[in-house]
Design a protein around this ligand. Structure first.
Ligand SMILES: Cc1cc2nc3c(=O)[nH]c(=O)nc-3n(C[C@H](O)[C@H](O)[C@H](O)COP(=O)(O)OP(=O)(O)OC[C@H]3O[C@@H](n4cnc5c(N)ncnc54)[C@H](O)[C@@H]3O)c2cc1C
Length: 373
């Protein structure tokens, strides 16, 4: 039987970042990942390192996202050193485009509410007008309906597939074990830790981390953990390559490091259906052209649907089991944004019990309290 200090279940962006961080802390780590036939949000997302819309109702989560964004330059440099893969991280700010007065007023109200919720601590996001927005897209004509945008200096983006590959490569080169096609069927808790059962054999470890995305709700109860997540589909479109047009990410429109323009992304309640539909594709493309009419001349080459991993309040869940100490769950939407902090603070929490201020707010027990209330 194989053994390790920590078993991480799930090799998506959450499990890979936490597993990499645990390996950096010197632990013997094995990541077990299911095959290509399951839902994997890490392989179909938009690639934003995004803060400006995060943390409604949970200000600590907004701060947490900003802290992760601040760690990203060093994180990307570390991955470059150990994997030789440049993840194309681009920081310095991002905008959400606002079409029409209604969206503009709605965003102003949103910012006011977030500032109120922040109660004196910073919420760095401001409305910019068309003139200022034009500076971020100097070679594009702004659509007549564009009323402005909201700008946050903390936002940025990354190539999410390169990020995942860099994490896997750096983890491997630093001596971690990543085992694909290892679906965890069940988990036993015993005196010296945990044994997981897979079709390829059993593995034991003192600690186990559930980072299995939509696979986690089935596994959680085996180690006394509640994982209340739900699916939501996002469709994403990709154009052919274009010359550099968008120097910063714009929420639902961003130019990748390869020159393609990525458009998205819808929010659809369709259970686990990760298909694509013409009506949503058309709506996404049409919105992009209303923002920047010249985009009508760029051809679409690909579209996909992918299922988000959403908690009830959209903030992260980081929890240790009380009935099976040493079993953890880590999950959230925004796994790209949180990759840097997951590899740093979250790994140190699991490895050494070090908790950042306010970290207890991310326990899933907050939902028990809300349900009781
Ligand atoms: C359309 C869309 C756009 C998005 N855009 C962004 C964005 O711009 N920025 C951002 O920060 N986030 C974004 N996200 C969210 C981000 O992709 C997710 O937060 C992230 O991928 C979740 O990572 P994960 O590792 O928890 O889950 P996943 O990526 O789904 O990984 C879970 C892994 O667990 C494995 N697994 C499941 N069950 C088992 C089992 N029993 N045994 C072994 N392995 C198992 C699966 O094989 C899978 O590899 C987006 C998501 C979507 C869908």
């Amino acid at each position: 039987m194989q053994s390790a200090d920590v078993i991480v279940v799930g090799g998506g962006i959450f499990g890979s970042a936490v597993g990499y961080g645990l390996r950096r802390e010197g632990l013997n780590v094995v990541i077990l990942d299911e095959g290509d036939n399951v839902l994997r949000a890490a392989r179909g997302n938009f690639g934003l390192v995004w803060t400006q819309s995060k943390g409604v109702g949970v200000h600590r989560y907004h701060e947490w996202s900003c802290e992760s964004a601040a760690l990203f330059p060093d994180f990307a440099a570390d991955l470059l050193e150990y994997s030789e893969i440049d993840v194309a991280y681009r920081g310095g700010g991002g905008v959400e485009l606002l079409l029409g007065e209604e969206e503009l007023e709605g965003r102003k109200q949103f910012i006011a509410n977030m500032q109120k919720q922040a109660a004196g601590s910073p919420f760095d996001c401001e409305i910019i007008d068309r003139q200022e927005l034009q500076k971020f897209a100097p070679d594009l004509t702004l659509g007549d309906e564009l009323a402005g945008a909201s700008f946050s200096p903390h936002d940025g983006d990354v190539n999410p597939l390169l990020l995942l590959r860099a994490l896997h490569t750096a983890f491997d080169r630093r001596g971690g074990r990543y085992l694909t096609n290892h679906r965890v069927e069940s988990i036993d808790h015993h005196g010296s830790g945990f044994t997981v059962h897979t079709a390829q054999g059993d593995i034991t470890a003192a600690k186990i981390v559930l980072a299995a995305g939509h696979g986690a709700p089935r596994l959680g109860p085996m180690v006394g953990l509640n994982v209340p997540i739900r699916p939501q589909r996002g469709q994403v479109l990709i154009t052919e390559r274009a010359r550099p047009l968008l120097p910063i990410p714009m929420g639902s429109i961003r130019q990748t490091n390869e020159g393609t323009i990525q458009l998205g992304n819808s929010k659809e309640e369709v259970d686990y259906d990760d298909g694509t539909t013409l009506d949503v594709t058309r709506a996404i493309a049409s919105r992009a052209v209303r923002c920047f009419p010249q985009l009508a001349g760029v051809r679409l080459v690909r579209t996909w649907g992918c299922i988000r991993v959403l908690t009830p309040d959209m903030a992260a869940i980081y929890d240790e089991s009380t009935s099976c100490p040493g079993a953890y769950v880590v999950t959230s939407h925004s796994g790209v944004t949180l990759a840097a902090i997951n590899a740093a603070h979250v790994a140190r929490w699991i490895a050494h019990g070090e908790m950042q201020p306010g970290f207890e707010q991310f326990s899933a027990q907050r939902f028990d309290v809300q349900a009781a209330a």
